[in-house]
Design a protein around this ligand. Structure first.
Ligand SMILES: [Zn+2]
Length: 528
């Protein structure tokens, strides 16, 4: 029997997955099943979920069953997948265990199960081995496809010269295939498969036994869709036609590539704010609360959908066009995963805090005429990916985590912008005092005066505690003061003096999340 706490957590999980599923579906995305990991022995559980190591794996399975039942009841497609550490480790190939990699591996297990049920011959040799590859195509088989290679890595669309044998007809030339840079596997996308079979049938009808093609030079490659016609954007219609999950008909989901600098324009633009959901997935928000998502691919390029870009005013679109680059046909990243494969990731506590702060900043931005609470730059994306729960709760690792959290949650507060917004509402004596205030005190005063939070001091408390934990554990204050500062922080968290670092970490991060959520509610009420 599950504890009340776990049951409540499961219910919350069902609610958030259902909402995410419905939103994705509403937006027209190709939503696939959610994978729920379960285990058949304690060792696999402990090794796959090191942060919960020691929890009874049967209890976890029961928790997963409860989520599964809730989702099925809500009509959300979900399936149980069995995790074995040895196979997971192989798939990770040296990568780290995290919520994101676990979710990806779960999605991979589901796609594997699907692939096995639609077995298809589509495996070529390594792209480096020969220039011309020979692949047998069976024109009677159809199947679903994923951008992820069966080895777990993202595939890239390539246009190498290939030779296919289909229905005794030899089809050769430059054609789209999905290649994996990690294991060298080459797969034939459904659209290529269909094109080849069409060519083979036509050749047979005409009594021809050899056909040569060059997809890059064909008309299809030059297709222009009816979006963003006012700006001369470069994109490849072949991406839309051949990358799994994109829609080749309307062209809405055509990936358009930009140099990373494109984001800088929005960091500084008064009508936009940038929010990162992970290090490869973010969104640009406008003052009206509208947003456009973007991804960062493995080459560090920014990707946006052509159909989304169409919503930008002409000026912004032309500004973006300056940073527009040719497609490198590589779109595998969390942006693609979240939007096309709709892989749901169970958020870690760290991500929850970041999300809560991001939502507060978007709320402030839209309710207070474009006030940007946070400085958002390329470094912030790096910090988001650096923030991790310590593996071992040593003083050093704990101190490092407090430091990253401080950089993300406190040092990014745009003190000058907050003060500038606040100053006109203050009496002259308070305005004088404002000048000498640090970021946290200025934000506290802003919450009190502008957002009308009577309990501003209480709301800010977890941030002050975080600040103190950082200076104490990173030895930024004299040694004789460190112990007293630690004790004071622990006391303000409502914990006993001998509390473990792990409990302190959990408590402070939960309180931070809650504080940002309450600040957001206060800001929203004020704006109404
Ligand atoms: Zn591979």
């Amino acid at each position: 029997m599950l504890s009340d706490e776990l049951r409540a957590r499961a219910a919350k999980q069902v609610k958030s997955f259902t909402e995410a599923f419905l939103t994705a579906k509403q937006n027209g995305y190709n939503v696939q099943a959610l994978s729920l990991p379960s285990f058949d022995n304690q060792e696999d559980f402990d090794r796959c979920r090191p942060e919960e190591s020691g929890t009874d794996f049967r209890e976890h399975n029961e928790y997963v069953t409860m989520i599964l039942e809730g989702l099925v009841e809500n009509g959300v497609p979900a399936e149980r997948v069995l995790f074995h550490y040895s196979e997971f480790a192989k798939w990770l190939n040296g990568g780290e265990i995290s919520n994101a990699t676990r979710a990806s591996y779960g999605a991979y297990l589901l796609s594997e199960a699907e692939r096995k049920s639609h077995e298809r011959e589509a495996v070529g040799t390594s792209p480096e081995q020969e220039r011309l590859l020979e692949v047998q195509v069976d024109c009677s088989k159809r199947t679903f496809e994923h951008l992820r290679c069966p080895c777990g890595n993202w595939s890239t669309l390539s246009f190498d010269s290939i030779e296919y044998i289909a229905e005794t007809v030899q089809v050769s030339g430059s054609m789209p295939t999905l290649t994996c840079g990690r294991c060298g596997r080459r797969r034939v996308p459904i659209a290529t498969h269909e094109a080849i079979c069409g060519l083979a049938t036509e050749a047979l009808n005409r009594g021809v036994s050899r056909v040569s093609v060059n997809v890059l030079a064909a008309n299809g490659a030059r297709t222009r869709y009816s979006y963003c016609e006012k700006a001369p954007l470069k994109y490849s219609a072949l991406d839309t036609q051949y990358i799994p999950g994109l829609d080749g008909q309307s062209g809405f989901l055509t990936p358009v590539f930009f140099a990373r600098d494109a984001l800088t324009y929005f960091y500084h633009h008064p009508s936009y704010t940038v929010k990162f959901a992970s290090d490869t997935y973010g969104s640009l928000w406008t003052l009206d609360g509208d947003y456009i998502s973007f991804g960062l691919n493995r080459q560090g390029k920014v990707i946006m959908w052509l159909g989304d870009l169409d919503r930008f005013p002409e000026t912004e679109l032309k500004m973006l066009a300056i940073h527009n680059v040719e497609s490198d046909h590589d779109i595998g990243c969390e942006f693609y995963e979240g939007q096309i494969e709709a892989v749901f990731t169970e958020l870690s506590q760290e991500q929850r805090v970041i999300r809560a702060q991001g939502e507060l900043s978007v709320e402030v931005f839209s309710k207070f005429n474009g006030l940007k609470l946070l400085q958002m730059d390329a470094e912030a994306a790096q910090l988001v990916s650096d923030l991790r729960r310590p593996l071992h709760f040593t003083e050093t690792q704990f101190g490092d985590a407090m430091e990253t959290m401080t950089k993300l949650l406190i040092e990014r507060i745009d003190v000058a912008a907050v003060k500038k917004d606040l100053a006109p509402t203050l009496e002259s004596r308070d305005a004088e005092r404002l000048r000498s205030l640090g970021g946290l005190k200025a934000l506290e005063l802003w919450l009190l005066k502008k957002a009308g939070s009577e309990n501003a001091k209480e709301l800010m408390s977890p941030l002050f505690v975080l600040y103190d934990l950082r200076v104490a554990f990173k030895h930024l204050i004299p040694a004789d003061k460190q112990e007293a500062t630690k004790q004071s922080a622990i006391e303000r968290l409502g914990l006993a003096p001998d509390t473990t670092l792990e409990t302190i970490y959990d408590t402070v991060s939960e309180k931070l999340q809650l504080a940002f959520e309450q600040m957001k509610i206060a800001v929203r009420k004020q704006g109404e």
